[in-house]
Design a protein around this ligand. Structure first.
Ligand code: FO1
Length: 327
């Protein structure tokens, strides 16, 4: 039995979760034993009705646990909304942020576990055990971090309000990760990075998902000190975000919404990135990436179905192997 390939991935919600599912499918299809740790963004977290809600941890848990609402990419399949319907007339909470009955059970369980004194990592491990996840799911930090958006109007709102209620309609002036200065990487995160054979950046939002994770003090340092190659998959295809509204986030931080500019920003801002996958439509950017010392390849990047997604994940692993092999 060959030793499993130890992979660490920094992931946000929907796109990252689908990519991780593809990675596991690729491992199964190729008979490649994988030992995967997913470090999840917790900047989207919020306190609602006294409950700790962790959107990206839950999207990863439901997707890899086979319980995701596939069409939405978030929330549970086979969901009911009895509680949400009853909450509405009381006018409490965020009526534009739908918490289904089954999903609420997750938030109740997490909040109860945290109330007994467990850390977010420990609570996450307990929740993940129910889903028998094929990965180790770790929050980026055990300390609370919330992404707030400062709008051009001067008003500041929680990321989810900007993202869900307004669909990022109002331009963001900047993102503030409230609490990040007092946050440390979750214990499992640093250990997994130190032991990794490969680090992957799925096609998650490079600003508010991967960027938030990299902003946790000490985490980017650990990645820069890590001997393993770091390979990313572009979340932008020919100038448009594959999912979500990455362009709106990139504009706020002054990065052009192109496959190459996202990669070059990882380099400039964090001093990270060895390999980068771009879609065929962006093959023209390969020379610019090569000039920056980033090993880039062009291939279809639309995660149109499970097979396509597995192929993308496999290509990222193969690029990592290329970069690991002795020169
Ligand atoms: N996204 C929406 O567009 N509308 C919602 O009502 C909504 C509710 C929701 C509840 C729990 C949860 O974990 C995620 C939810 N999301 C919703 C998705 C969420 O905005 C995204 O998953 C991430 O925050 C960004 O990746």
């Amino acid at each position: 039995m060959t030793a499993p390939l130890r992979i660490v991935a920094l992931s946000g919600g929907v796109g990252g979760a689908r990519f991780m599912r593809g990675l596991l499918a690729w491992g199964a299809a190729t008979g490649t034993p994988l030992d995967v740790t997913v470090i999840a963004n917790t900047g989207d977290d919020m306190r609602l009705h006294g409950l700790q809600v962790c959107p990206d941890l839950d999207t990863l848990m439901y997707t890899l646990g086979g319980a995701i609402h596939e069409g939405q990419g978030w929330g549970r399949e086979d969901e009911r909304f009895t509680v949400a319907e009853e909450l509405r007339p009381y006018g409490v909470g965020w009526e534009w942020f739908t918490l289904g009955d089954r999903d609420l059970a997750t938030h109740l369980a997490r909040t109860s576990l945290l109330a007994t004194g467990l850390s977010l990592s420990e609570a996450t491990a307990r929740l993940a055990a129910r889903w028998d996840l094929p990965v180790t799911l770790v929050p980026m930090s055990d300390q609370p971090v919330e992404t707030h958006v400062e709008l051009a109007s001067g008003e500041t709102v929680h990321f989810e309000e900007w993202w869900v209620r307004t669909r990022a309609a109002a331009p963001a002036r900047r993102f503030v990760q409230v609490g990040v200065d007092d946050a440390a990487p979750a214990p499992g995160a640093l250990a997994a990075i130190a032991a990794a054979d490969l680090v992957l950046l799925p096609p998650s939002n490079p600003v508010v998902s991967v960027g938030t994770i990299l902003g946790v003090p000490g985490l980017a340092d650990a990645l820069r000190a890590c001997a393993a190659p770091l390979v990313g998959v572009s979340p932008i295809i020919s100038g448009a975000a594959v999912r979500g509204m990455a362009e709106a986030c990139l504009a706020a931080v002054g990065v052009a919404a192109t496959a190459a500019d996202v990669a070059l920003d990882y380099r400039a801002r964090h001093g990270l990135l060895d390999g980068w996958l771009v879609d065929d439509a962006d093959a023209g950017s390969l020379p610019r990436l090569a000039a920056a010392g980033i090993a880039a390849e062009a291939r279809p990047l639309w995660m149109t179905d499970a097979e396509a997604t597995a192929a993308i994940a496999g290509a990222a692993v193969e690029l990592g192997r290329l970069l690991s092999s002795p020169r």
